[in-house]
Design a protein around this ligand. Structure first.
Ligand code: UT7
Length: 323
């Protein structure tokens, strides 16, 4: 018998405010047509008022707990993937822990930018299979609207805010690829690419800074590295593209999603796409897409899913799981 980290619940939260592409035409030399055709994005949600990263994470977590039929007291750990925590410290994860009324266990943030959720899943899986935790709340939550340069048309039209959450639970399985739960993970980073995608502020500058990106270069790395890591993760457990029911990619750009699916050999009918509605929500994009995919009736129990993501660092990776 093998203990696997099985998804027991899922939920998400999106800010009330929806901003269509046309809104940017008022202040920037851009157009709905350019944004749609170059990125696939049609609208995004922007946080306002009390919609902070930790609050959106909490609301997504409450929905995932409800979906799982569990209380916060049933959790052993909270892992929150984010690059936009409310404060430098404490971690946004401990704020979520407090807001949920969870007095036991432990909570921490993971910062791997857009790859944050695959890093968080990998860490949650390690805690569960090693017996250090039975149930882990894994969240991706971001307020990238707080780190935009609103005069830079090449970045500010691409990002959005939101949160998604999964509850993972250790369940004894047969030890085969027919098992439910996380079957394989594959992580990478390469700090030599620091200047391709970064925020120009932090404790060294005394400002929170704004996002800077060499879009074309990141695009090139994304297409090459995402297909590779997804393929490697599948190969680790002897699976291939034909076994995959759903690719749930990081939602940065429809052209990256399409090229990666093509390289992987999975048709677009088997790819969950939410980029048109959410934009790029960084670490929140995969759990948002998983939750929306379930709501739409696309993802069902027993489906084999591959998630893959890349972002600042560069950091990238993939997770193979059976829902
Ligand atoms: O989450 C992980 C990290 N992020 C990504 O994965 C994003 C990766 N990159 C991309 O998605 C794409 O590179 C972009 C969507 C950012 C840009 O698409 P592109 O096809 O690579 O366009 P480009 O950067 O080559 O720009 C083409 C032109 C440029 O004009 P010139 O130099 O050809 O005259 C830009 O100045 O489009 C211009 N441009 C715009 N025009 C209208 C850039 N942004 C805009 C805009 N509206 N918003």
């Amino acid at each position: 018998m093998t203990v696997r980290a099985v998804v027991r619940g899922v939920g998400h939260y999106l800010p009330e405010r929806v901003v269509p592409n046309a809104e940017f035409e008022k202040s920037l030399d851009t157009s709905d047509e350019w944004i749609r055709s170059r990125s696939g994005i049609e609208r995004r949600h922007f946080a306002s008022g009390d919609e902070t990263t930790s609050k959106m994470a909490t609301w997504a977590a409450e929905r995932a707990l409800k979906n799982a039929g569990l209380d916060a007291a049933d959790l052993d750990a909270v892992i929150l993937a984010t690059s936009t925590a409310d404060l430098t410290f404490p971690s946004a994860a401990t704020m979520v822990q407090n807001a949920l009324g969870m007095r036991n266990g432990f909570a921490f943030d993971i910062q791997a930018v857009c790859a944050g959720f695959v890093y968080a899943l990998t860490n949650a899986n390690a805690l569960i299979v090693s017996g250090q935790a039975k149930r882990v709340l894994v969240i991706g939550a971001e307020t990238f609207s707080k780190i935009m340069d609103w005069t830079d048309r090449s970045t500010c039209v691409l990002f959005g805010d939101g949160a998604g959450a999964l509850i993972l639970e250790g369940v004894e399985q047969d030890g085969t690829t027919g098992d439910r739960g996380i079957l394989a993970t594959d992580l990478h980073s390469d700090g030599t690419y620091r200047d391709l995608l970064y925020v120009d502020g932090g404790v060294s500058t005394g400002t929170s800074g704004v996002l800077r990106m060499e879009g074309k270069e990141v695009f090139r790395h994304a297409v090459e590295k995402l297909a590779q890591t997804a393929h490697t993760a599948l190969e680790k457990v002897g699976l291939g593209a034909d076994d995959v029911d759903w690719v749930v990619p990081h939602q940065a750009n429809i052209r990256i999603i399409q090229s990666t699916a093509k390289k992987l050999g999975v048709p677009m009918e088997r790819v969950v796409v939410t980029v048109q509605d959410h934009g790029n929500t960084s670490a929140a994009s995969i759990p948002l897409a998983l939750s929306v995919g379930v709501e739409r009736g696309q993802i069902k129990t027993g489906d084999l899913i591959v998630t893959e993501a890349i972002g600042g660092g560069l950091a990238w990776g993939a997770v193979v799981l059976r829902w």
